[in-house]
Write a protein that binds this ligand. Structure first.
Ligand code: AMP
Ligand code: MG
Length: 373
């Protein structure tokens, strides 16, 4: 089937998972950073806010930090970007020279020696895969390939069900063998592949924050598209403010990041949003989006249009927002609360469900949406 309305296809830069490509509207990320420009005016005791954006991981990355020294700020920003660049080189699914591509090519053939960074993210992924009972599974890569959101919009079509079922046979994170002592990774079945697009940006934000903090910077915010981690207070002495993008805007705009549905403070945590409005196409009026249900190989059909997760680390917020989107509001809230994490889940019905930890801390800005009782 062809796309019924090409105007309605959306592709937004949210990292280097499949289908992402650079776009002038770089902040059309699911979660829009609302760092107030007024912060500079509020600087005290020589503290100044420094901010720089670069294109890395096929998207726009921004490092904002507070420092009393321009030189120190410059060094910290360089160090933060260097970490993100390093991870991009190791983990990029689309680059033949990345370690992940080498692991994918050797599936069913032989283990591949990789860096400790790659081992670390794959081990963290294993934890998330178990915690979410498989809702987060980067071995979905062969299925994601069938959906191929990077295709020309005119050629977009729903893959054949039999092809999906065949590719689903290769989806099983327990078939990823990680040998930490030998620093080797092996995908047991030929044809298996990993796509870390749902976790790598959050992990990158973690690494960049560590690099910045270790250089004595008192406060910083790292945003890799919509995967954000911050610590400390902004230069004005306030907490960092973040906004959650309206998942169902009334009209198409070239500045969707300015259309905010809710706002909250980010204090020493990471925040990520996954939604069905970032990359999708419509066929016969039905929305096919980029977050797949690992059980069916089709776009997840939960009661949610957007899932925002707050957690102590970026890799957690990034992967869990994807998983919670798959699981839906009830299981999602239960999962987050069981781990002491927080979430702002927007349902198709426009009801906004919060974890207990966020009660009274989220301001609804667009009154199409309402907080649940
Ligand atoms: P995010 O935007 O962080 O929710 O990540 C979505 C990206 O992760 C997609 O573009 C795919 O590359 C990949 N992905 C899709 N569904 C899943 C899933 N259920 N588990 C893990 N990765 C997924
Ligand atoms: Mg994610």
């Amino acid at each position: 089937m062809n796309v019924s309305n090409k105007e309605l296809l959306r592709k937004e830069p949210a990292g280097y998972s499949r289908g992402d490509e650079l776009h002038p509207m770089f902040f059309t990320s699911l979660l829009c950073l609302m760092v107030c420009l007024l912060l500079l005016a509020g600087c005290t005791r020589g503290d100044t806010m420094y901010k720089e954006s670069r294109v890395l991981m096929d998207t726009f990355c921004t490092i904002t930090l507070v420092s009393d020294s321009k030189e120190k700020a410059r060094e910290a920003i360089e160090a933060g970007f260097a970490e993100i660049k390093k991870l991009e080189t190791l983990l990029n699914y689309f680059s033949d020279s990345s370690e992940i591509s080498a692991v994918n090519r050797a599936a069913g053939i032989a283990p591949v020696k990789v860096s400790s960074d790659t081992i670390e993210i794959l081990e963290k992924t294993a934890l998330i895969n178990r915690l979410t009972e498989g809702a987060f599974d980067p071995t979905l890569a062969p299925v994601i390939g069938l959906w191929d959101f990077s295709k020309n919009i005119l050629n977009h079509s729903v893959p054949l069900k039999n092809d999906i079922l065949e590719a689903l046979e290769l989806v099983d994170y327990s078939l990823v063998t990680i040998d930490k002592d030998k620093s080797e990774v092996y995908l047991v079945e030929k044809g298996m592949e990993l796509d870390l697009g749902g976790i790598a940006k959050g992990f990158g934000a973690d690494r960049a924050i560590e690099a910045v903090r270790s250089r004595g910077i008192k406060a910083a915010l790292v945003a890799i598209a919509g995967d954000i981690r911050g610590y400390g207070l902004s230069a004005s002495g306030d907490a960092w403010n973040v906004g959650i993008q309206n998942p169902r805007p009334d009209a198409v705009t070239d500045k969707p990041w300015e259309d905010i549905s809710a706002r909250l403070e980010l204090k020493d945590r990471a925040i990520s949003t996954s939604g069905d409005y970032q990359r999708y196409f419509l066929v016969d009026g039905k929305r096919y989006h980029h977050i797949l249900d690992p059980e069916r190989g089709f776009p997840a059909e939960s009661d949610l249009v957007s899932a925002t997760v707050l957690a102590p680390e970026g890799y957690l917020a990034d992967s869990l927002s994807t998983a919670v989107f798959v699981l839906g509001s009830e299981k999602g809230i239960a999962l987050l609360e069981s781990q002491g994490y927080d979430g702002v889940l927007i349902k198709k019905s426009k009801e906004v469900v919060l974890t207990k930890g966020l009660e009274g801390k989220v301001t609804i800005l667009n009154h199409d949406y309402y907080l649940s009782d």
